[in-house]
Design a protein. Structure first.
Length: 84
C-alpha cells in the first residue's frame, strides 16, 4: 500500500495587503509547505542549503513577468485593478 500523506500539525494563513493569502503548513517530518493565491508565480530566489552564519533558508516567489515568460505582469494588473 502507498504511503499516506502526512497531516499538517501546524497551519497559519496570512492575508497580504492586496488581498492575496499565503498559507504556511508544517508537518511532523519537518517539511514545510507554502500555498499562495494570485497565480502565476515564478521562483526567483532560493537559498535552500542556508547561510552558515544565520542558519536560514530563503525562498522568493515573484508574480508576473519578473524573470519569466509568464503571460502578464502582475504588478501592472494590480495597478489596473486598484485604479478602478
Amino acid at each position: 500500500m502507498a504511503d499516506q500523506p502526512l497531516k499538517a500539525h501546524f497551519s497559519e494563513t496570512v492575508a497580504l495587503p492586496d488581498g492575496r493569502k499565503v498559507r504556511v503548513l508544517a508537518y511532523p517530518d519537518g517539511s514545510i509547505r507554502f500555498r499562495v493565491d494570485g497565480l502565476p508565480y515564478v521562483l526567483t530566489e532560493a537559498y535552500l542549503s542556508g547561510n552558515a552564519d544565520k542558519d536560514q533558508a530563503i525562498v522568493k516567489l515573484s508574480p508576473g513577468k519578473q524573470g519569466s515568460n509568464v503571460a502578464y505582469n502582475y504588478v501592472e494588473e494590480l495597478e489596473k485593478k486598484n485604479s478602478k
